[in-house]
Design a protein around this ligand. Sequence first.
Ligand code: FE2
Length: 532
Amino acid sequence: MADRIGNRLELSRRHLLRSFGGAAVAAMSLVPADSLLASPVFRQYPFQMGVASGEPSADGFVIWTRLAPDPLEIDYGMPAAAVSVDWEVASDERFRDIVQSGSALARPELGHSVHVEVAGLQPGRPYWYRFTAGRERSLSGRARTLPMAGAPLERLRFGVAGCQHYEQGYYTAYRHLASEEPEFVFCYGDYIYEGRSNRVWNGGEMGPIENVRQYAGDELYSLGDYRRRYGQTRMDTDLQAAHAAAPWFVTWDDHEIDNNWAGDHDQDGTPPAIFALRKQAAMQAYYENMPLRASSLPVGTSMPLYRQARYGDLLDLNLLDTRQYRSDQPCEDRWGVECDTLGRRDAEVLGRAQEDWLFDRLRRSDTRWQIIAQQVMMMDLDRTSGDVRTENLDSWAGYREPRRRLLEAVRDQGRGNTVVLTGDEHQNYAGELHIDGNHPGPRPIATEFVTTSISSGGNGVDERADTVAIQQENAQLKWHNAQRGYVMCEVTPEVWTTEYKTLDSVTQREAPVRTRKRMAVEHGRPESLAEA
Ligand SMILES: [Fe+2]
């Protein structure tokens, strides 16, 4: 076999030398053999971005990789040609029992990414997968099919993570998350950040913070810019370990495109038709680099991302997109400023189609728990102590009408079993959801767990200078912390327990993780939220 490949390579090398000259061959990271599609030879290892799985169903999941021998180069080390990638799915870690295999094309149109939608597998069990291109083989990853819809499920343990600014800290938290062997990971976005910062930046009460590493390139605008940032991010082996450990359900927040973007609007007032060009590039790069199904392939500046998964009879996972269909932030998106547009009746967070879809799902759900997995905080916290009320207008607090509609829909469903999972804040919060958090009703409507960041914001602190004051100001807030880390949720039919996992440092590798807090809520009793 080795000889045959060697002979074919020699033939191909002579052919290329004849066709393009020696310089062209030297410049290419990949020398194709018989055709441009088969038996490629790579100058460097092509699976430097790792592997991933996602979007599990009861009979399959997506497996993903991207060929990128040189992820930081504009062509990421690949020629402008499609390349064949073989894949295998096994029922055991050592690939003794390969249950499915096939070939997929890594196309240049899609950044040489591969999204294989594997089907026909058994429900509720782990599988292992890997890829081969030419003579190169990827590391293997572990995926998991969903249990059958409606099947009894006594326990589920999964992870929640996001906000992973590459410059501001190491991804040690992801290494720890991988070792928890979660059933799945929900990523609430800010997988990349679109800007470029100076080496040292103002960390507020943390003082000047020095980046532990730097992004290649400048602010992202073109498809090539975004591709390179995913390439650099995904070369991190801690992140790769978390992807290889479990299937992910990914959603984006703002930084996959631009800070605080909302629908057709960026934060700088760029004409929507111009911003659309950047959005299109960013959406394509997001699709290319995430383990998503073809049903999420962007069309122009539209990318279908809201969807649902069901875990047996235990929970419905509703994954939302709070960016794409949103109306522009009120009060010119200035932090905490009140203005007339705050209560706008025509404001939208989900857009009517997604809202109708979600309300219908909530109405029809018959699982023990319902998750609303999304990006921005739903608790309408007052962010300052004293008489002046300060709210985060990029969160649901800046969209009072759609927030009221959603919470009323949850309340009218009347089961008290809804849990909202959120990111964006770079801090941990656990609290109750009321129609008006400033004047809470007798009984909360639902529970919200906000997960901090993997690395964004640098090391963070256990208690900020204003932590006690903010908790006193907000009766609905039950716990608050500003360290880095992730969340593990353990769900049984009777009790939901959220474990806040924190690290004391993200600027030093190998920092240990600890369970900083366990908060639990009983099924049907959102008023029972308390430390466990
Ligand atoms: Fe973030």
